[in-house]
Design a protein around this ligand. Structure first.
Ligand SMILES: Cc1cc2nc3c(=O)[nH]c(=O)nc-3n(C[C@H](O)[C@H](O)[C@H](O)COP(=O)(O)OP(=O)(O)OC[C@H]3O[C@@H](n4cnc5c(N)ncnc54)[C@H](O)[C@@H]3O)c2cc1C
Length: 452
């Protein structure tokens, strides 16, 4: 390894090559829950390049020496994608974090190591907006793109894929490609850019992206619709969407997890009702109020309790903070978080099936999620880990039978490969293998991720 370290020092500078285990500890893990997190290799070198040419040289070296390369973003992934499991080089993108906003073209030109938080700030400073909120704000642009991250605000604007217009990528063989650009239309051959989006760091290292921004929305308001039963709440979702209301977000949550989250934040969840739809509405002043009225009427006609509107920023933030902290509140207690996705009209059916599974295995399985996207987050708790495989298998099977997928947001990473093989047709796996081979003939880029 010594000669590799020396060459890496020549490429990026000695201060950006780290071999000490203590200094690299946080780069060997991600946000995947400990019971299911892959074990990292103890023989890794961490490098922090500053441009694409350095990354290209690192990759060429790795090919020559036959060792793996692990692209590293913000480390917020939930499926072990960034964890180095073999001897290899971790390429952290953190120094590549510049963002330039082009107001005329409504585009941000962002280096891959810039975080979501930085992108939101840069857009805001240019009086523009990046409307989705596809992940943790510490996640990096590169990580968000290769995970095709979604988030609560996908209802109105879509997922990362809908905002990425161009990419610069270093291929696993070291060449640098520019795909797309500041373009709203591009039909020039197969879209390798869209293949990169969602490739989970297995087909190339994203170094730069052109990301679509929008003019600022004038107004947002948060609407809280309480119900006594899950059935009543979820029945309203297609009715709301059919009424022509397209909220920025439409979340489904249950009292127990909202209480847990509020308690975790030192607050109280005092709204009556057993389950809730939380909508964020965005648009013109009249539009948001008229949408809120339409949604409230639909909820009340379908068994809903008294709706409430949060207009002030602090009120809105308080509700959304409690919703977003469900994950953090449950974190010490859960063993894995699933994110299966079904056609939106089937979300109620899936929730009922999960309840039945919960009863069958005497397991507490909290369920919440992005209601209008059919994206359900269900947790298998630590105390039920001995039944984990069976519970997961049944939830996956039910989601597939309802016309869905085993993951709508978090991806396959290193912990869902077995299930990908089980639930994706063999022909699709075969084509994916051929694509991987065409991009990465020596299988050096993020091995054992998505495909083993
Ligand atoms: C609190 C919390 C909330 C979250 N909310 C959401 C949510 O709402 N929606 C959602 O979809 N996800 C969510 N996530 C998951 C996570 O934020 C996303 O998966 C995000 O896309 C990961 O980005 P990252 O930069 O942290 O990537 P990492 O975790 O560092 O890496 C993830 C994968 O991307 C690869 N990678 C990273 N950077 C690059 C690059 N430049 N080029 C090539 N490959 C690269 C890695 O090798 C790895 O395979 C959440 C996670 C947390 C902890």
């Amino acid at each position: 390894m010594n000669d590799i370290v020396k060459t890496l020092e020549d490429i990026v500078g000695p201060e950006f090559v780290i071999t000490s285990k203590e200094q690299m500890e946080s780069y060997l893990i991600d946000e995947t829950s400990i019971p299911v997190r892959p074990t990292p290799s103890t023989e890794c070198i961490l490098v922090k390049p500053s441009d694409s040419n350095q990354i290209s040289a690192i990759i060429k070296l790795a090919n020559e020496k036959g060792i793996a390369v692990y692209p590293r973003g913000g480390g917020t992934g939930l499926v072990g994608g960034a964890i180095p499991t073999k001897v290899g080089i971790i390429v952290s993108m953190e120094r590549m974090d510049k963002i330039v906003v082009d107001k005329e073209n409504l585009m941000a030109e962002a280096e891959a190591g810039a975080t979501l938080g930085q992108l939101l700030k840069a857009a805001d400073e240019a009086e523009l907006s990046f409307p989705p909120h596809p992940g943790d704000e510490g996640a990096q642009i590169g990580g968000l793109i290769v995970c095709n991250a979604g988030g609560a605000r996908a209802v109105k604007h879509g997922v990362m894929r809908n905002f990425v217009k161009g990419l610069e990528v270093v291929l696993p063989t070291g060449e640098i490609l520019k795909l797309g650009g500041k373009l709203l239309k591009d039909n020039m051959g197969y879209s390798l850019m869209h293949l990169m989006i969602g490739s989970e760091g297995t087909l190339g290292i994203v170094t730069k992206a052109f990301i679509k921004l929008t003019p600022k929305t004038e107004r947002t308001l948060t609407l809280l619709l309480p119900f006594n039963t899950r059935h009543e709440a979820l029945k309203c979702v297609p009715k709301i969407l059919n009424a022509g209301v397209v909220p920025l977000a439409l979340e489904y949550v249950e009292r127990e997890v909202m209480e847990l989250s509020a308690e975790h934040l030192g607050e109280k969840w005092i709204v009556s009702g057993k389950v809730f739809l939380i909508a964020i509405l965005a648009g013109g002043e009249n539009e948001v109020f008229s949408d809120a009225e339409k949604m409230s009427t639909i909820a009340l006609e379908n068994g809903g309790l008294e709706p409430s509107i949060a207009e002030r920023r602090d009120e809105q933030e308080s509700i959304l903070k409690i919703r977003s902290n469900i994950y953090t509140a449950l974190k010490p207690r859960y063993g894995d978080i699933l994110d299966t996705t079904v056609p939106p009209s089937k979300i109620g059916e899936l929730a009922e099936i999960i309840d039945a599974i919960s009863e069958k295995y005497s397991a507490y399985i909290p369920v919440y999620g992005h209601a209008a996207d059919g994206n359900v987050h269900s947790h298998v708790m630590k105390e039920d880990l001995e039944k984990y495989d069976k519970i997961k298998e049944e939830i996956y099977k039910a989601s597939i039978e309802l016309g869905g997928v085993i993951t709508g947001e978090h991806g396959i990473g290193k912990i869902r490969v077995k299930e990908l093989y089980k639930f994706l047709p063999a022909k699709q796996i075969e084509l994916m293998r051929q694509i991987k081979k065409a991009f990465d003939p020596n299988n050096i880029l993020n091995p054992s991720t998505v495909l083993d």
